[in-house]
Design a protein around this ligand. Structure first.
Ligand code: HEM
Length: 489
């Protein structure tokens, strides 16, 4: 048997008195001198860090991405350079609106955040289990999220706030329809798809750009709770998804997702009937078929949840050579938001936390700051250019310049009719019409249940405004929800 380790203070001093405080006499007060007592209490008081402002409740695991099909005609990203190539990765799944201790089976989109540890840096693809989103301008994000969190007066979730916002923002209809379907309550994290959601770019070796959507299709098959099952599970096991994921991986039953892409040329993007950078729209598969790329497998649980999952930090800004952004306004907003959130939540040196650190090379002139724990690049020069170090700027990595369409700056109406940006109804209607009868019925029942929570003096106004949106998407859908609510349209 190996020799046991000595119990020590944080500074490494072996000590014995871990349970009894130092007191004056058996029944007397504690002496200031019991430093170990201070250390234990002080450290405990500082155990909490801010939870993520959204997506606070989550689960994660490590895994491998393997390329199965050649997409080098679209991208020079090293991760996709050869069929069979494997890249280590991390995934974190989450609900959106609830706090860190909230139930896993809430009706909510699910986060699907991935970090690929590539030779050219960490590539983060921070998506959801839905291909679209509620709003299409980042200026609207905080207003939207406030409606998903607690009401400032009641400190409770408020269906009235939610439906008020959605009914006033018809661009949300597509995502709301998915949310109200049984896909809004997935059976844990293994049985759902993941989507990069935004349009990104792929850049190939000839520096040509294609626009791309990323889809991770679950190999386990789609499986959802219905509304009643999800509600029941909230009480029985609020950590259902965490338990499901960790246990399957621990038992060697590794979940897999197949990565597929949709590709659009720059020319097609200019002429497509819908704005290809509008996050409230999908690219129909009939127009842009799915192309196989590879498979992601989660095969290793984190050894320590706080160190590796809570401290993980994903940022859409983190792309790698061969992958680029797009003019999607929401993506542009997110490029700023996430690193800012990480600096607040984890500190300015969050990239050095082992789970976030690029395992290959990090060379630059950023120094110092709170919790700089990696040696701070030692004796190396901290300015650029200099005559001493061996860091070079490699021109091969020059970014392809972004394409800019409108020459004049303005606050363009995101829903302009003249620019054909106000069709909020065709795609949700199409989605409804391809659903099975059972899926339609569940969607309608779930929606009726959720809209029944609207209350207060504006109840009728909000309800009717939202019913009009359902109706515009599909007459039958609008009628059936209205009937369920007992409203005469
Ligand atoms: C302008 C729009 C958005 C803003 C400003 C925004 C902002 C944020 C912020 C501040 C966080 C917390 C980050 C942290 O503390 O680590 C977060 C987390 C997250 N967001 Fe967004 N978000 C936006 C839209 C979206 C969209 C469209 C998606 C999916 C397509 C998405 C997916 C996620 C995911 C998956 C996480 C959790 C990442 C993790 O597991 O650590 N967000 N978002």
């Amino acid at each position: 048997m190996s020799e046991k380790k000595k119990l020590t203070t944080a500074s490494g001093r072996p000590y014995v008195e871990n349970e009894d405080s130092l007191t004056v006499g058996r029944r007397g007060p504690i002496l200031l001198e019991d430093y170990v007592l201070h250390e234990k209490m002080a450290h405990f008081n500082r155990e909490r860090i801010p939870e993520r402002v959204v997506h606070a409740k989550g689960s994660g695991a490590f895994g491998t991405f393997t390329v199965t099909h050649d997409i080098t005609k679209y991208t020079k990203a090293k991760m996709f350079s050869t069929v069979g190539k494997k890249t280590d990765m991390l995934a974190r799944f989450s609900t959106v609106g609830g706090e860190k201790g909230s139930a896993d089976t809430e009706r909510d989109p699910r986060g699907f955040a991935l970090k690929f540890y590539t030779e050219d840096g960490n590539w983060d693809l921070v998506g959801n289990n839905t291909p679209v989103f509620f709003v299409k301008d980042p200026k609207k994000f905080s207003d939207f999220i406030h409606t998903q969190k607690r009401h400032p007066f009641t400190n409770m979730k408020s269906p009235t706030m939610m439906w008020d916002f959605w009914s006033l923002n018809p661009e949300s209809l597509h995502q709301v329809l998915i949310l109200m379907s049984d896909r809004g309550t997935p059976f844990g994290y293994r049985h759902m798809n993941g989507y990069g959601s935004h349009t990104y770019s792929l850049i190939n070796a000839n520096n040509e750009r294609h626009y791309v959507k990323f889809h991770f299709k679950t190999d386990q098959g789609i499986k959802n709770f219905n509304d009643a099952e999800a509600t029941k599970m909230k009480g029985e096991n609020p950590d259902f998804a965490q338990q499901d994921l960790i246990e399957h991986i621990e038992n060697g039953n590794y979940p897999k997702w197949n990565l597929k892409i949709q590709v659009m040329t720059e020319e097609e993007a200019r002429n497509y009937k819908w704005n290809p950078f509008d996050l409230s729209k999908v690219w129909p598969h009939g127009d842009f078929p799915l192309i196989d790329v590879g498979v992601m497998e989660l095969n290793k649980n984190a050894d320590n949840y706080f160190a590796q999952i809570e401290q993980s930090a994903f940022a859409p800004a983190h792309i790698v050579d061969g992958v680029g952004y797009s003019p999607d306004k929401m993506l542009q907003g997110r490029l700023l938001s996430y690193p800012d959130a990480h600096r607040y939540r984890l500190g300015v040196n969050y990239e050095q936390i082992p789970v976030n650190r690029c395992p290959y090379a990090v060379n630059n002139y950023e120094r110092d700051g709170f919790m700089r724990v990696d040696g701070n690049q030692g004796r190396a020069e901290n300015y650029f250019p200099n005559s001493f170090d061996d860091i070079k700027v490699d021109e091969d990595y020059k970014l392809k310049s972004p394409e800019v369409n409108d020459a004049s700056a303005d606050w363009y109406d995101r829903n302009s009719a003249a620019a054909n940006e106000n069709d909020h109804y065709t795609q949700p209607g199409n989605l409804y019409r391809i659903m099975s009868d059972q899926a339609k019925t569940n969607l309608i029942n779930n929606t009726v249940g959720a809209m029944s929570g609207i209350e207060g003096p504006k109840k009728e106004e909000i309800t009717k405004r939202q019913l009009a949106h359902w109706y515009k998407a599909d007459e039958e859908l609008g009628r059936r929800i209205a009937e369920g609510l007992g409203v005469n349209m």
